[in-house]
Design a protein around this ligand. Structure first.
Ligand SMILES: [Zn+2]
Ligand SMILES: [Zn+2]
Length: 165
């Protein structure tokens, strides 16, 4: 894989560094109140990848478990030194896929959101970007993602059904 097919990032204190390979399956900018409480900010930008595309290069992670919107366990992986969240595992895909916090990448323009979601829970003064589809809640990935990304998503769901993760 060419060098420009990878991105690197890390936490706020420099203890942890990671590398991620290729393009995300999808990128969401989520404004739900859970994400607001979990980040202390307006919203979160998560890029979803197969877990094997992400490699921890330096440092160590701690995990904290919160309740996902679906009611299952959402595991947040943080720098053990500064506590900054780098990525999360969600109930539906177990440990097969993760949502990487785009704000921890060295290049903050590497991945653009495919969708802005849960706009009906956004802070009342927030405005939304032009040119990015927005949804009051969520969306059906098949409505906005190209077929090759749907295939990657289906492949992970199939592995999960087969008992992986
Ligand atoms: Zn740190
Ligand atoms: Zn959210």
């Amino acid at each position: 894989m060419a060098a420009n097919d990878t991105q690197e990032g890390g936490c706020g204190c420099g203890h942890t560094r990671y590398r991620v390979s290729g393009d995300p399956i999808f990128v969401n900018n989520c404004h739900c109140t859970l994400c607001q409480h979990q980040t202390g900010s307006t919203s979160v930008v998560n890029a979803f990848f197969e877990a094997e595309r992400v490699t921890l290069l330096a440092g160590a992670l701690s995990e904290s478990v919160v309740t996902a919107g679906s009611g299952g366990a959402h595991t947040i992986c943080r720098c053990e030194a500064c506590g900054v969240a780098l990525w999360s595992f969600y109930p539906r895909l177990g440990r097969l896929g993760l949502g990487l916090r785009v704000g921890t990448l060295d290049d903050n323009g590497a991945f653009t959101p495919d969708a802005v979601i849960f706009t009906d829970e956004a802070m009342p003064w927030v405005t939304f970007p032009e040119g990015i589809p927005r949804f009051a809640k969520t969306y059906n990935p098949k409505d906005i993602l190209p077929p090759e990304r749907i295939e990657r998503l289906m492949a992970m769901a199939e592995r999960r059904r087969a008992g992986e993760g």
